[in-house]
Design a protein around this ligand. Sequence first.
Ligand SMILES: C[S@@+](CC[C@H](N)C(=O)[O-])C[C@H]1O[C@@H](n2cnc3c(N)ncnc32)[C@H](O)[C@@H]1O
Length: 256
Amino acid sequence: MAVKTRAYYAPGSLSAAFYDLVTDADLRLRGDEDIYAALAPSGGGILELGAGSGRLSAGLAARGFTVTGVDIAPAMLAQAEARAAALPPEVRARITLRRGDMTALDLKATFDLVICPFFTLAHVPTGAAWRNTFAVAAKHLGAGGLAAFHLPRLDLMRRAGPANPEAPVLDEVLPDGRRLLMFVRERSFREGVNRLDQVVEYAVADAAGRIGPRSPERLTYYMTDPAPLAATAGLIPDRPPIDIGGVGDIFVFRKT
Ligand SMILES: C[S@@+](CC[C@H](N)C(=O)[O-])C[C@H]1O[C@@H](n2cnc3c(N)ncnc32)[C@H](O)[C@@H]1O
């Protein structure tokens, strides 16, 4: 029988509920905020496409930038709102959050830097959705402005291999003593479209190790060379891609 799944970051999903915990535990992401901060002028304006739980919006606002964060998932935006509300008022005042689709967005404003962090662009299919997102980035930049897209490494997606549903890929103690477990239940890579499909199963174990209800959630990544699609929006490579943790690269483009 086919497993009933929900989409990553859907309402009630554990991928949304435990996003911060899982991301904090992933050492391969460390340092991305420093890279984005170095791309914008001091105190400048940043548009974040796929702002998620506000991990970067909050950090960049604390560094003095003014940040507009856009996300399609209400469950993620709710966390970003809660995070922002807990910040000192002067930092909170530098953050604007709104629901929106990065493939079709028009804020009628320009920014010094557009960022699309942690594989967000890889959540939508290559082709029209990528072209439209690059056009959105270009529309929100002045001439010479930078846009940074963090994308996964295609060779690793291709080599990921079949799932091992028995071996947890994460086993993390929660603040209340329970444990969060993650398993990859299904995984396949489709050559040509360069699509990695995964069913990631989340489960919480109590202090005695009893595993509660499992939540299988679909996570799909798409990847291709972004440069030709970015060029259709007038975005040209600004520097060689910046490696992050050996699992992905930040591609920086400049608006012509
Ligand atoms: C991996 S999270 C990244 C969150 C945050 N930027 C970070 O680095 O921690 C990807 C986010 O992209 C959002 N997302 C996916 N497709 C989107 C779209 N078409 N428009 C806006 N946000 C989208 C998801 O809802 C999710 O919150």
